[in-house]
Design a protein around this ligand. Structure first.
Ligand SMILES: [Cu+2]
Length: 140
């Protein structure tokens, strides 16, 4: 009898941890279905703390790296290699700017949005970035 309760506990625990820690895949593309060139898909990544975001080299020539000064304070930065998959675990709420360094000037950027308690204006103010970044964030 006791074993049944342990089993139920284990199942319940696995279910809750599954529902709280998602694996989010982001493709790195030369062109998306709308004809936009050099894009992350999705470019607006909605995540929760504990989720893992994985950037996939779906098409050649891309990589993903956090943008300096555009990630929450205290979290680790990340930098992938060209044509390689990189996974990043989200550890704090806030906004994370992501870029493909070779195509940063082309506006190949993404934003990871974690939680709702963040300030888009403060995130953007006083920094240099491609216009696309603001567009991703404000959905223009
Ligand atoms: Cu790229």
């Amino acid at each position: 009898m006791k074993n049944i309760f342990v089993l139920i506990g284990v199942i319940f625990f696995s279910m809750t941890s599954l529902s709280f820690a998602a694996e989010i895949e982001v493709k790195m593309l030369n062109k998306n279905e709308d004809g936009e060139k050099m894009v992350f898909e999705p470019s607006m990544i909605i995540a929760n703390v504990g989720d893992t975001v994985t950037f996939l080299p779906t098409e050649k020539g891309h990589m993903a790296a956090s943008i300096k000064g555009m990630i929450p304070e205290g979290v680790e930065s990340f930098k992938g290699k060209t044509n390689k998959t990189i996974s990043y675990e989200i550890t704090a709420e806030g906004l994370y700017g992501v870029r493909c360094t070779p195509h940063y000037a082309n506006g190949m950027v993404a934003i990871i949005v974690v939680g709702s308690n963040h300030d888009a204006e403060a995130f953007l103010s006083g920094k240099k970035f491609p216009r696309k970044l603001k567009c991703v964030l404000k959905r223009c």
